[in-house]
Design a protein around this ligand. Structure first.
Ligand SMILES: *Cc1c(COP(=O)(O)O)cnc(C)c1O
Length: 467
């Protein structure tokens, strides 16, 4: 009786012990550990046994062995590849929350490296030789840029909202417009964080219209703050109204309570010159009468993930001494990166040094010139399997900043001779480094605004591998 291919293949399956003696397996074991390779081989052999039982066929024992060793190499490669990887952002969304928001400036990167490598004076007063305070380290850089009396840094702006409301209004009311109770993305809802702070939300007005009188009428003995929230990633158009910050400051002042503005993204310099209106510098909010402001470090500011709280001394100092501060404080590398980023601003070098500001500042013509030089190189490298066309398009700031506004850009629209735009997109994502792009009208489009010029060659190489 002739043995079935299944049973003969099963008999040919090499033992794990024998596989461990193969040169390729030994080499991987030297790079990691013998135990790990044995575990991988066990699971691969089990996997293949299952496949044989489901009638997979290999022509010979040698083929079977090389299949197993190939899978082993794959497991090893996967195990050494970082889970958190660099990617190339060709989407034109500058502050892309899914892609880690702001790439840091060279100065900030250097500061992070130095701080990671060495001991630091994080909480040590070098002059006095006694314990110091981390929250005083860069306070005057922030107050200098914003005009605030005091400032502190926490883990992100959500933490800033939590700390501010917990400090100002735990168990009491905060007046906020219904038009500002927004969900920011990733399920972060302002009202839910407010609730966790222990503050009681007193909603006023309607989604599209809120007047100063609505706030005034809601004042009571229970009110501890007036809150203004940046509408972040949405915009109500048409029949809308909301009071000026000055008018809100008047309401708050008349009641002897603080006005707190959550600026969301926030920025330190006017961005109108780059075509973004409606994002005014943090300083303007304090000048207009806000007593406390908060904003993110890694949105338009272009620094590390953190939240900055700035404003009147009595309120910021109360937040500083809130026990929650210990849970929400920023770490030393964040301080290092934020300090370097703020110095670029203080020295007037933000548009040159801070990548987010540089990308905002890039003009459509500048991007077109880059695209005109880039496209022919790309086509040549891909041996004309692709064609490219330059198009007028739009980039966005992202990060919930300047909702509804776009920056004119030049897009490179790509068609592949053999594969669809969707398939090309998938291959680019699977490449190393992965490239994230978008599809418009069945074509893959690249926006060089968010691609650093020094990454253009890597982008071309990835395309070559993917095409
Ligand atoms: C983004 C944003 C936040 C949260 O800031 P993170 O730094 O992401 O924690 C809070 N409020 C507004 C209005 C925002 O846009």
């Amino acid at each position: 009786m002739k043995a079935s291919p299944t049973s003969s293949l099963l008999r040919q399956l090499p033992s794990v012990d024998k596989l461990l003696q193969e040169g390729a397996a030994e080499e991987i074991a030297r790079k990691t550990s013998h135990e790990r390779v044995r575990d991988w081989l066990r699971s691969i052999v089990d996997e293949i046994r299952e496949e044989i039982l489901r009638h997979a066929v290999w022509e010979s024992e040698a083929e079977l062995r090389s299949e197993i060793l190939g899978r082993l190499a794959g497991r090893y490669e996967q195990s050494v590849r970082p889970r958190l990887r660099r990617v190339i952002n060709a989407t034109g969304v500058i502050v892309h929350t899914n892609l880690g928001r702001a790439p840091l400036s060279e100065a900030a990167i250097e500061a992070v490296g130095r701080t990671a490598r060495y001991y630091t004076n994080l909480e040590y007063d070098l002059a006095a030789g006694v314990r110091g305070k981390r929250d005083r380290l860069i306070e005057n850089l922030i107050t200098g840029m914003t005009g605030a009396e005091r400032a502190i840094v926490v883990n992100n702006n959500a933490a800033a909202v939590l700390l501010a409301l917990n400090t100002l209004a735990f168990g009491y009311e905060v007046i906020v417009s219904r038009g500002e109770l927004v969900e920011i993305g990733g399920g972060f809802r302002v009202p839910e964080v407010m609730q966790k702070s222990g503050a009681i939300l007193r909603e006023v007005g309607t989604t599209n219209k809120t007047r100063a009188a609505d706030y005034r009428n809601a004042l009571s003995a229970e009110t501890r703050a007036v809150l203004r929230v940046h509408p972040s990633n949405f915009r109500i158009e048409g029949f809308t109204e909301r009071p000026s910050l000055e008018a809100l400051a008047e309401v708050a002042q008349s009641a002897g309570i603080p006005l707190y503005e959550d600026l969301g993204s926030g920025c330190l310099i006017p961005l109108g010159a780059y075509g973004l209106t409606g994002e005014s510098p943090a300083r303007d909010s304090l000048l207009a009468g806000a007593d406390v402001i908060s904003f993110s470090g890694d949105k338009l500011l272009g620094g590390p993930q953190c939240g900055v709280l700035a404003g009147k001394q009595q309120y910021i100092d109360a937040m500083r001494s809130n026990p929650l501060m210990r849970a929400l404080r920023a770490d030393k590398m964040t301080y290092a990166a934020l300090e370097a980023t703020l110095r670029s601003y203080a020295d007037g070098r933000a548009a040159a040094d801070v990548p987010v500001v540089r990308m905002l500042a890039a003009s459509k013509d500048e991007i077109r010139r880059r695209a005109e030089a880039f496209a022919p190189c790309l086509i040549e490298q891909c041996e004309s399997k692709i064609s490219a066309q330059l198009l007028d398009g739009e980039s966005v700031a992202g990060g919930g900043a300047a909702p509804g506004q776009t920056l004119p850009t030049t897009l490179i629209a790509i068609t592949h001779r053999d594969v669809s735009a969707g398939e090309l997109l998938t291959r680019l994502r699977a490449s190393d480094p992965p490239v994230i792009a978008r599809i418009e009208d069945d074509r893959l489009v690249l926006d060089l605004r968010t691609v650093d010029p020094s990454d253009e060659q890597a982008l071309i190489d990835t395309f070559f591998k993917a095409s």
